[in-house]
Design a protein around this ligand. Structure first.
Ligand code: ZN
Length: 346
């Protein structure tokens, strides 16, 4: 079988590899679809992000769906042929942080396709992978395996909402309407947000944001003055989700958020300046959000029950043979939102 392996910046290869038999409590899965995420692109384009660098060959990928192929010892409740969404989150369950219920911060996390620990944790862009049975979530018959691979980015959006607390009836701003921002918008609708304004600097993500349920979209590259009314009276938004990672968007968020509003930083843009005067004087709650854990099951349920339709987010599906070109396509934000790779037997 073959895997998509990153050796260094701009050095991505399709390589032959082997897959073992599933061990106790594990499943062997034939991967169906894999979505290319921003972090995969960072590894491919720059060899990493921030202090996280690729130091050994690592298969990329963590947004995958597949079909159960073989059961390890002691696994029950699964059948070969079952279609699943696969959570990339593998916390240890035993450390102090896991015991406190904060599994996404596990001290021994083995999240698929991550160069944070060393040795790195291999990713899921392989034709076959071994997973823990608790990573598998069955999908509904009517849900495509392609849509099932959106459970991961949807989980990121759900965890961001969990960090914000109740958004019921609120006026909410989302800056950055790529796949995460757009799926977040759909999740905000489910969570009862009263009015959702979406902002970006390009038309394609804004189209997607509308399809996913935004009430108003603003192209900041053309019509930034439409934000002016939202700055009045110390700001109008109860909650702001900053999903672009840009300094300008964070500044805008602080301009338009109401006093004591909650500003969730979903995007990770490296070191940027923080306007402390506004943050302090408006008593803004600035909160980070990182990955997810229990939200994955909720994301699969929303997709299974048709409560979130992720299809507008997927702009292209590329066959495995052309997987390397799929990364360049995914990096072109003018024409791509979510690019997925279709593995051999998908
Ligand atoms: Zn742990």
């Amino acid at each position: 079988m073959r895997s998509i392996v990153c050796h260094a910046a701009r050095d991505l290869r399709i390589e032959n590899s082997t897959v073992s038999d599933p061990g106790e409590g594990q499943l062997r899965v034939r991967v169906a679809f894999g979505g290319i995420c921003g972090s995969d692109l960072h590894y491919y384009q720059h060899g990493g992000f921030g202090t996280v660098r690729i130091r050994q060959a690592m298969a990329l990928g963590h947004e995958v769906s597949g079909v159960v192929e073989r059961l390890g010892a002691g696994v029950s409740g699964w059948q070969p042929g079952q279609r699943i969404a696969i959570s990339p989150s593998r916390p240890c369950g035993h450390c102090r942080v896991c015991q406190a219920g904060q599994h996404n911060h596990c001290l021994h996390m083995r999240f698929f396709g991550s160069a944070m620990p060393f040795p790195h944790i291999q990713g899921a862009f392989s034709e076959q992978i071994i997973i823990e049975s608790h990573q598998a979530h069955p999908i509904a018959d009517h849900l495509s395996l392609s849509e099932a691979a959106l459970a991961e980015p949807l989980s990121v959006g759900l965890h961001a909402i969990a960090r914000a607390g109740s958004v019921l009836g609120q006026q909410v701003l989302v800056t950055g309407c790529g796949p995460i921002g757009s799926l977040l918008i759909a999740a905000l609708r489910r969570a009862g947000a009263g009015r959702i304004v979406a902002a970006d600097i390009a038309e394609l993500p804004l189209q997607c944001a509308r399809a996913m349920g935004a009430d108003e979209t603003i192209d900041l590259s053309q019509e930034g003055d439409r934000m002016a009314p939202y700055k009045l009276d110390k700001g109008q938004f109860d909650t702001v989700f900053e999903a672009s990672g840009s300094e300008a968007a964070l500044q805008l968020g602080l301009d338009v958020i109401r006093p004591r509003g909650v500003l969730i930083t979903v995007g990770m843009g490296g070191d940027i300046r923080l306007p402390m005067t506004q943050l302090v004087a408006k008593e803004v709650d600035l909160r980070g959000t990182f990955r997810f854990h229990p939200e994955f099951a909720t994301a699969v349920r929303f997709l299974n029950e048709g409560l979130v339709d992720g299809r507008p987010v997927i702009t292209r599906i590329v066959p495995f043979e052309n997987a390397l070109s799929a990364f360049d396509l995914a990096a072109d934000k003018r024409q791509s939102l979510k690019v997925q790779i279709a593995f051999a037997d998908a």
